[in-house]
Design a protein around this ligand. Structure first.
Ligand code: 3HC
Length: 288
């Protein structure tokens, strides 16, 4: 397959990442079907697209024509079968739980056309953990976007030992067609590049807060003012979701059994209180 053969993309999971990946693909001219098991999540995604695209027109960042075409390119459905049955490329963006992803990959493999490439947008999990749940491991890889996916340019394309060169190349080309900057990793590593670097910063920030050395606000100020990051690690966790930070920690711990990998007390406290960041209205900061 070549990137030119891709006409229809399916995004499985309409949450924080999925809805923006879908709009990015539709903006690039692809027909996109978005699916989720939650009708609430799906209608939130649809409402976001209906609000975001006209706002871009008002801001002068998008023509009316392209906004209308993009909206017409987007379909939202609760049926996984309907979403993937004629897809050329499927991007899975569901929760960071390996058992959920493995089940999804088995289902998508059964329902999607045999030529379709199946990518996971997982933040940490390498695609070899899901490829063997399918009958097409050569067509499985990681295609990892960053939050907010409509803004952040980088896409990590991770080629596992099972992934064919063709699959990785098509994925790199697709990222470029979507206006992104792909980085192609030819060796799998848990967390890839960016999240490994980010985890080092975040773990240290949480450790300093847990020790009472500084507050999350002070640490965020230090990182933005001294290192020039657009957001400090706590505000960034609020953006990406503290539930995700928790899930990643738990998945990592399942893998390594190293207590250091378990989510820290501060993260567990926020997780239990459902203070997951922007998406729940409260995390380390409050949101109206
Ligand atoms: N969705 C879509 N677009 C958004 C957005 C959102 N949630 N937030 C901001 N934007 C857009 C705005 O519309 C604006 O677009 P324009 O310039 O074309 O009009 C642009 O971003 C700048 O927005 P603002 O001026 O309102 O705000 P900022 O300048 O503060 O930028 C930010 C917001 C882009 C989120 C910036 O703070 C930033 O880059 N933060 C760091 C984000 C980051 O590190 N992401 C990576 C996270 S790690 C990850 O995703 C890994 C994954 O596995 C979890």
């Amino acid at each position: 397959m070549k990137v030119e053969d891709i006409k229809k993309i399916s995004v499985v999971g309409a949450g924080n990442m999925g809805h923006q990946i879908a709009i990015s693909a539709a903006l690039a001219g692809y027909q996109v079907s978005v699916t989720d098991i939650s009708s609430g999540m799906l209608s939130q995604a649809e409402n976001f697209a209906k609000k975001y695209l006209p706002e871009r027109v008002t801001k002068g960042k998008l023509s009316q024509d392209i906004a209308e075409r993009t909206l017409a390119n987007l379909k939202f459905t609760l049926s996984l079968e309907e979403a993937v049955s004629d897809a050329d490329y499927v991007i899975e963006a569901a929760v960071e739980q390996l058992d959920v992803k493995r089940k999804l990959f088995t289902d998508i493999d059964r329902l999607a056309p045999s030529h379709a490439i199946l990518a996971t947008n997982s933040s940490f999990i390498v695609s070899s953990k899901v490829a063997d749940a399918t009958k097409r491991p050569d067509k499985v890889c990681n295609m990892h976007f960053f939050n907010p996916a409509l803004v952040m340019k980088l896409v990590e394309v991770v080629q596992g030992p099972h992934t064919s060169d063709e699959t990785a190349q098509v994925t790199v080309d697709l990222a470029e067609k979507m206006g992104k900057t792909p980085v192609w990793l030819k060796k799998e590593i848990y967390g890839f590049l960016v999240n490994r670097i980010l985890a080092a910063i975040t773990n240290e920030a949480v450790f300093l807060a847990d020790m009472g050395i500084a507050t999350p606000e002070e640490i965020d100020t230090a990182v933005t003012q001294a290192l020039g990051h657009p957001m400090g690690p706590f505000r960034l966790m609020d953006l990406t979701g503290i539930d995700l930070v928790y899930d990643i920690g738990m998945e990592r711990y399942q893998e390594t059994r190293d207590p250091k990998d378990k989510p820290s007390p501060l993260i567990v406290e926020k997780y239990v209180k459902k203070e997951w960041g922007k998406k729940t209205g409260r995390g380390f900061y409050s949101y109206e």
